[in-house]
Design a binder for this molecule. Sequence first.
Ligand SMILES: [Mn+2]
Length: 322
Amino acid sequence: MTTEPRGPVDSSRIPRYAGPATFARLPRLDEVPRADIAVVGVPFDTGVSYRPGARFAPAAVREASRLLRPYHPALDVSPFATVQVADAGDIPVNPFDINEAIETVEHEASRLQSDGTKLVTIGGDHTIALPLLRAVAKRHGPVAVLHFDAHLDTWDTYFGAEYTHGTPFRRAVEEGIVDTEALSHVGTRGPLYGKRDLEEDRRLGFGIVTSSDVLRRGVDETVDALRQRIGDRPLYVSVDIDVLDPAHAPGTGTPEAGGMTSRELLEILRGLAGLNLVGGDVVEVAPAYDHADITSVAASHVAYDLISLFTLDSAGPREEQT
Ligand SMILES: [Mn+2]
């Protein structure tokens, strides 16, 4: 690429709170020739089992992302100056037909990735992880999955429905689109229906780092274990914001006490630098239950860290950048 990436609106000239919101004030995808990384919203919450409202998350997270600044000191990278990052808007999905919505997400995510663009998706409820995984598996084959969540999301059905926000990772294993040697849940906690939930989850191939494991082992040991399991496989990172304690993410559909802090989550994400990241999402923000944008701010930082990790990957090792 000979042309410089087009960066965000200059916040030293136009205040951050002015104008319509795109993610981090980035250009829209239709304002640039192509993007290395695109942020896309999926305003969908028809798959939820408890509180609805995640359909409003893409708009809320874009608003909360106005304060993101262009340099990431912990990763020593300026993502928006290094590669072209753009906001691809929202994928318009049918709120009345889950199967059609899943097809639309798969189709649109595949289309957006067709020229090598990597996607950071803002949900939406967790149902959308299935079509997003299908789209990355089409390009990369079965992928390793790092799944941050209070819940397993490997249940079989709810009220007879196979496609819900509690079932995407079981469907993904059944469809053969994930690498069952490298599937991990992080931050799991809270009551289950029974011990069988854990047995079935293990049988599907998942390893679990619980919320209390993160507390007891700490971030570094957690990161080491995860990196060993992932190796150099193509990796998809799915972040259900309810992995955070309700103190750090009150605005979500199925809150559980005893969760990670936003600091722990961001530190673990930064520990993934250098891995072969091929896609990521942050889901389950439900703004109507939020207070002072706590949850949307956390989600905007998760998306920013995913973008920064992609940038390090695209730009090569850090020492080669200058
Ligand atoms: Mn989930």
